[in-house]
Design a protein around this ligand. Structure first.
Ligand code: C5P
Length: 409
């Protein structure tokens, strides 16, 4: 089921008594990490209310093809492109017939015509309707013409009192078969938390101490981890970057806020990557009002040490696999090795911030990935490209450790 993390499932519900099971199906797909959008035919709304599906999917339910209001939100072509997989459960005999004929006479059939995603059908109907040669021919025709997957139907007692084939499969079985449509990726179903950007340490209501971190590396890592199948949460200091699609983001300012947000994820977090440039010190006190300019030529600030976020995470009893960064200007590998040990990290990514064109605020970076066993150089390249290489390497170490510690999923 972990293969459903971040997957976009368009769930079509057609008219049949099995539609009541689609509520549980929606819940199970959501629990497995999928983003679910529901489309209902008019007949489906006679069996179960759109409100139920809206509450369970967390998204508005799509009901009509020609509805200007809905089209202004997410138009039908956009919705067809959005889906990684279209699942119609229950799929009635009438719907299967219209799909086989290539009709586009309502929103769901139109979406099925417009989408490039695989279409999965979980048929549900009376046993005589299922056995009817016309239904069987429609299914044959469909299977010959498009990428279609049939989930069931099962056989047994039916709501109408008959016994035989035509029962919709149970929601957990349908959800499992949906998951089977996707490949397992290096971080499928893992929960990755990444700190990124600078922190701001307030001096007074209008001033702060900070640094030049752009957050680009942390954000690129978030995208790469998402693409490796993980659920990803960024804990981000103030940056000028858009939050990547399908990535959660908590915005923070100070190191203390970043620490609190990080500790709140311990437990569920599998992999913690500390890419933030956390301010080492903060002002001892934050003035309540703007500090006024005085007569003195020199002003002294008293600073106190900030908590070390990554070291605190690594010292926690619920310690996730923990990766730090070390931005250095000399003896890069030596200092990074020292930090790896001192902060009790699993891996550290060392980069030379004295070199022109890499590191802070630039689009490229070059790093050395260091573990207790050795080091590996990842040469200069675009941060996005480097992030993918880093996530692949980190995932290898992480999966190796998960295997030996028995936390393999
Ligand atoms: O000690 P130094 O700042 O060089 O260590 C860098 C690593 O420690 C980075 O991963 C950084 O995100 C993390 N760090 C932290 N909290 C701090 C200081 C650094 O998490 N207060």
């Amino acid at each position: 089921m972990h293969r459903l993390t971040n997957r976009r499932i368009l769930l079509g519900i057609t008219g049949g008594i099995a539609a009541y099971k689609s509520a549980e199906l929606t819940r199970q797909l959501k629990t497995a990490g999928a983003d679910v959008r529901v489309v209902m035919t008019p007949a489906a709304t006679e069996f179960i209310t759109p409100l139920t599906l809206q509450a369970l999917s967390g998204n508005p339910v799509h009901l009509q093809l020609l509805n200007p209001e809905a089209e202004a939100g997410m138009g039908h072509i956009e919705l067809a492109k959005w889906a990684d997989l279209v699942l119609v459960a229950p799929a009635s005999a009438d719907f299967i017939a219209r799909l086989a004929a290539g009709m586009g006479d309502d929103l769901l059939t139109t979406l099925c015509l417009a989408t490039d995603a695989p279409i999965c059908l979980a048929p549900a109907m009376n046993q005589a309707m299922w056995r009817d040669p016309r239904t069987q021919q429609n299914l044959e025709r469909l299977q010959k013409s498009i990428d279609i997957h049939l989930f069931g139907p099962g056989s047994g007692a039916q709501a109408c009192g008959d016994t035989g084939p035509g029962r919709m499969l149970e929601p957990d079985e349908i959800a499992r078969r949906c998951a089977d449509q996707f490949e397992t990726l290096a971080l499928s179903g893992r929960y990755v938390v990444i700190t990124a950007g600078p922190t701001r340490e307030a001096l007074d209501p209008v001033r702060y101490i900070s640094n030049h971190s752009s957050g680009k590396m942390g954000y690129a890592l978030a995208e790469a981890a998402r693409d490796a199948g993980a659920r990803v949460r960024l804990i981000s200091g103030p940056v000028n970057l858009a939050v990547p699609d399908r990535v959660e983001c908590v915005q923070v300012e100070s190191a203390q806020q970043m620490l609190d947000a990080s500790l709140a994820e311990l437990g569920p977090c599998d992999l913690f990557i500390s890419a933030a440039a956390v301010a080492d010190y903060r002002p001892v006190a934050v003035a309540e009002h703007k500090i006024k300019k005085g007569a003195e030529e020199i002003m002294e600030l008293r600073l106190t040490k900030n908590p070390d976020i990554v070291a605190t995470v690594a010292a926690s009893p619920k310690r996730p696999f923990t990766v730090g960064f070390a931005a250095e200007t000399r003896d890069v590998v030596h200092y990074a090795q020292d930090k790896l040990k001192r902060k009790n990290l699993d891996l550290i990514v060392a980069n030379d911030v004295s070199a022109a064109g890499i590191g802070f605020n630039s689009d490229e970076n070059a790093v050395t990935l260091i573990s207790s066993q050795g080091e590996q150089v990842l040469p200069q390249t675009q941060k996005q490209q480097l992030a993918r290489q880093l996530i692949n390497r980190i995932a290898e170490y992480f999966n190796e450790q998960a295997k030996t510690s028995g936390k393999d999923s």
